[in-house]
Design a protein around this ligand. Structure first.
Ligand SMILES: Cc1cc2nc3c(=O)[nH]c(=O)nc-3n(C[C@H](O)[C@H](O)[C@H](O)COP(=O)(O)OP(=O)(O)OC[C@H]3O[C@@H](n4cnc5c(N)ncnc54)[C@H](O)[C@@H]3O)c2cc1C
Length: 283
């Protein structure tokens, strides 16, 4: 399919991108890797009059150390995340997740900021971001603000971001006992169910846990009942199994589609929660 006609503008700075968006009269859309936006335009589900290319803005490209945390520019591609030594050292679960996204073509074009802004219910990063308690840095005409990932994802394709705001970067805290596992759609590799587990451990005892889920319902969220079941417990197989067994209990509006029924997804939520906890605990 051929998209509606549009104007193409490339921004050199964040401020230029924001002012181009303001002058577009509500017709503008930011373009990063284009791997979600362009298909929507070809299907005519999105018909922006102006595409504002933000992919080459230096300020939002790259991965840096910021006092022990990792700052990822929003226009950083999934492939750059996979191969980052800094991410592999400080929070390897993010590289593990990025390696699971799509195929090499998708990973070479798609960006972390684009994935979070788009907030597909089956996207991988959001589960890891809520489990890590990552911070999303936004810039708009009114200036800067930071939003915790747990507050950012609000519903299907719905996030806490205004039309004229840009995700500039994502701040990732360190995490070693962490893992991301998913059951993927065979063709696209999107998550049917994806689970991220981030554990604080004292020997074999889990002092606290954060579990993020994607693919199962409208948007990424935490499995707080599983977190409560793990906190303060020795991570024996019996305790892990007991926590995973209640993983779907608090989930509402579980997706049912051509990829998996609600019943199958609920079963897989338990299986993949168990696997994520086991893998995180073993690290
Ligand atoms: C075949 C295929 C398979 C895929 N498989 C997977 C998969 O397994 N797992 C997965 O998670 N994803 C998958 N994806 C999606 C992929 O990860 C996309 O790259 C990602 O969802 C969007 O990133 P992008 O940079 O391409 O964004 P774009 O398509 O350029 O933009 C998407 C949306 O976000 C907005 N946007 C982009 N950047 C910003 C920003 N910095 N600030 C504010 N708004 C912004 C745009 O305006 C647009 O509305 C797949 C895509 C394809 C085509």
């Amino acid at each position: 399919m051929i998209p509606e006609e549009f104007e193409y503008k490339r921004a050199a700075t964040l401020d230029e991108a924001i002012s181009l968006m303001q002058s577009s009269g509500g017709e503008g859309k930011f373009l990063a890797g284009g791997h979600s936006l362009i298909p929507l335009m070809k299907l005519r589900l999105s018909e922006p009059g102006v595409l504002i290319d933000i992919s080459r803005i230096p300020q939002i490209n790259g991965i840096t150390d910021q006092n022990g945390k990792v700052q990822v520019g929003a226009a950083t591609t999934h492939a750059e995340v996979v191969s980052s030594d800094l991410i592999r050292r400080v929070c390897p679960v993010v590289a593990e997740c990025a390696a699971e996204i799509g195929d090499p073509q998708v990973r070479n074009r798609g960006t972390m900021g684009g994935s979070l802004a788009h907030s597909d219910p089956s996207a991988d990063y959001p589960a890891v971001m809520v489990a890590l308690d990552a911070e999303i840095h936004l810039k708009g005409p009114g200036g800067w603000r930071a939003v915790k990932a747990g507050d950012f994802f609000q519903g299907m394709f719905t996030v806490d971001m205004a039309e004229d705001e840009i995700i500039a970067g994502i701040q990732l805290p360190p995490a070693q006992h962490a893992a991301y596992v998913k059951l993927h759609q065979r063709a696209s590799h999107y998550a049917i169910v994806g689970i991220a587990a981030v554990l604080e451990m004292d020997g074999r005892t889990c002092t606290s846990a954060r579990i993020g889920i994607t693919g199962a319902s409208t948007h990424a969220q935490r499995l707080t009942n599983v977190e409560a079941a793990l906190a303060g417990k020795e991570l024996t197989q019996a305790n892990i199994d007991a926590a995973a067994a209640i993983a779907d209990a608090g989930l509402e509006d579980v997706n049912s589609d051509i990829h998996a029924s609600e019943a199958y997804r609920r079963a897989m939520v338990k299986v993949f929660t168990r696997r994520a906890i086991e893998r995180a605990a073993s690290r």
